[in-house]
Design a protein around this ligand. Structure first.
Ligand code: AMP
Length: 568
């Protein structure tokens, strides 16, 4: 781990990408195979590979306390040091005691410790293990261990650079490394394949989540058609993105797993969808949106607002009552994999056809879902969920698109998704093949960086949020808004912010930049009030975006686009 930390220091010290990748490549080849694999994962800023659902569940506050304890320093000093760096890892490196340590933990040992921490139940048990780990390493190692634990290395290294370094280290083609990493969702395993010269053997695996293809915003129907014409059009549903992995095998074992946009396994939150997806005639990975659904509406039913679905989110298990009260449907719009074949290079029109055929094909008789919550209560049949192929339309003119937009909104949907029928599926990429046309008002997805207590009846809760957009690796504040959330949401968020405070300034708290919210505003001004150089007029919080990670938040470039667009 000493060599790892030393390499990270060197990477942070240079801004040149080539130098960064060279340092990484050198580190990887100098390590034993299992350490190199673990290092590749750590260098991409996370304790575990992307596809895994494992999380440490160790908040900033716990790390803060452990560091304070080991350092034997006062809270005030730790706070001051933290403020100097704005990074707990860097602060720890300065205040932790410099001791002579006989032991050098291997990188793979640190990974094992992380796994033990993830497996430990409850904060007390986790804290003991965290303390033990941080107590056995040098300050600079602790710095990087903390950074990995909080999911942010901040050394100007993206996973794409780690891919480049792997290609360089093992003489592999970058394209092959990228493809294997996308298929496996595991940069450590990708490294292993590259080292053994077997990148072409990397295969997509059912039940390992794949990156989601993302959409770029457009301001108008004309703009959308300037990218491609004709367009394949779907409604933009206001639910949560979900990737369904369905196995056709009728033997024992898992049959269906559903992953969220953050690639968490959310199968148990939607047992009725897992049931409805079981027994497809072929193995498949389907992309779609989970919606709260009104089964009573005329015709094929229609979507209910996001706030209804919100009642079902963030729960590990759902009660029978909730399943009855908030009925859901899965609107499927893409097919990534079927029957052993990865379909991402085929055009959307073809994937779409295959999806329609798959969903209308006769089902195998349903077998029991092992390890998955059964809908085993009286009257379960009444709450079966539907798997619906999202209706597709085609548009050649902006008039046609505008008409479709109006119908979409009239049916309670957010707007339109406009897709290039010839396009491939690009996992994890935001390109111009999928465009989203939303409500006229501009919105930004931003990250909450600080919170304050409110006034009046909100005096006891943290209801005023300062939020930021991304600027490269950094977050820059762009505005502040009183929460437009419900009282229940504010109460829940208050608890979260109290648990994830990184600096308590009394009336105000800097918090871990993890919470993404969507803010709407009337217009934007240039201003030096916030670091981004912009300020929002009448900002209001539309909703929480638990389906998004901070890296999915909008950028300062996007803010600039909106600002320029509005000037014109
Ligand atoms: P946004 O969350 O505003 O960035 O918009 C992109 C999201 O829209 C996707 O991640 C999906 O969750 C959602 N969405 C809704 N309907 C569709 C659709 N027909 N095709 C693709 N994504 C959709």
């Amino acid at each position: 781990m000493k060599a790892f930390a030393a390499a990270c220091e060197k990477i942070a010290a240079t801004t040149k990408k080539l130098e960064k990748t060279a340092i990484v490549a050198e580190l990887l080849t100098s390590l034993a195979p299992e350490d190199a694999s673990a290092a590749a994962v750590f260098l991409s800023g996370r304790p575990f590979p992307v596809w895994e659902e494992t999380t440490l569940q160790v908040g900033g506050t716990m790390l803060w306390r452990v560091v304070t304890e080991i350092a034997g320093k006062s809270d005030a000093l730790v706070s001051a040091t933290y403020r100097k760096y704005g990074d707990l890892g860097a602060a720890a490196a300065e205040i932790l005691p410099r001791r002579n340590l006989s032991m050098d933990l291997a990188v793979s040992d640190v990974e094992k410790r992380f796994r033990a921490i993830a497996a430990a139940r409850g904060p007390a048990a986790k804290r003991v293990l965290v303390r033990e780990l941080l107590g056995q390493v040098s300050p600079v190692e602790a710095k990087y261990i903390i950074k990995i634990m909080t999911g942010d290395l901040r050394i100007g290294l993206k996973e794409s650079l780690v891919e480049e370094a792997i290609a360089k280290a093992y003489g592999a083609a970058l394209k092959e490394v990228q493809r294997a990493n996308m298929l496996l969702g595991d940069i450590g395993q990708t490294l292993q394949y590259a080292r053994e010269g077997g990148l072409s053997e990397a295969r997509m695996k059912l039940f390992h989540s794949v990156g989601f293809m993302l959409a770029s915003p457009v301001e108008s129907a004309e703009e959308a058609l300037s990218y491609f014409d004709p367009a394949l059009v779907e409604h933009k549903y206001d639910g949560i993105r979900a990737q369904a992995h369905c196995s056709s095998s009728r033997g024992s074992g898992e049959q269906v797993k559903i992953f969220s946009r953050t690639r968490d396994d959310i199968t148990d939150s939607f047992p009725e969808l897992a049931e409805a997806l079981a027994g497809l005639p072929k193995d498949a990975i389907i992309d779609g949106e989970i919606l709260a659904w009104n089964y009573e509406a005329e015709g094929a039913g229609r979507a209910l607002p996001f706030r209804v679905l919100a009642m079902r989110l963030g729960r590990k298990k759902v009660s029978e009552q909730l399943i009855r009260n908030v009925r859901v449907a899965y609107l499927a719009f893409d097919l990534v994999y079927m029957d052993g074949e990865l379909l991402i290079d085929r055009p959307l029109s073809e994937r779409g056809k295959m999806l329609s055929e798959l969903l209308t094909a006769p089902r195998e008789k349903r077998t029991r879902l092992r390890d998955q919550e059964q809908l085993a209560f009286d009257g379960a049949d009444e709450v079966r969920a539907q798997i619906i192929r999202a209706p597709i339309y085609s548009a050649k003119s902006s008039e046609e698109l505008d008409a479709l937009f109006d119908t979409a909104q009239a049916e309670g949907n957010e707007g339109l998704m406009i897709k290039d029928p010839t396009s491939a599926y690009s996992p994890g990429k935001r390109g111009k093949s999928w465009l989203k046309l939303k409500r006229e008002l501009a919105t930004l997805d931003v990250v909450v960086t600080a919170v304050e207590y409110g006034h009046g009846k909100r005096a006891g809760v943290l209801s005023d949020y300062t939020f930021a957009v991304r600027d490269g690796e950094r977050l820059v504040n762009i505005g502040k808004a009183y929460s437009g959330l419900t009282d229940v949401e504010i109460a829940e968020m208050t608890k979260w912010f109290l648990d994830h405070t990184i600096d308590d300034q009394g009336y105000r708290r800097l918090v871990e930049p993890k919470i993404v919210i969507e803010v709407a505003f009337n217009n934007m001004m240039e201003s030096d009030r916030h670091e981004s150089g912009y300020a929002l007029r009448f900002p209001r919080i539309v909703r929480l975006r638990p389906d998004k990670l901070p890296e999915d938040a909008d950028t300062v470039e996007r803010a600039k686009e909106i600002y320029e667009g509005q000037k014109n």
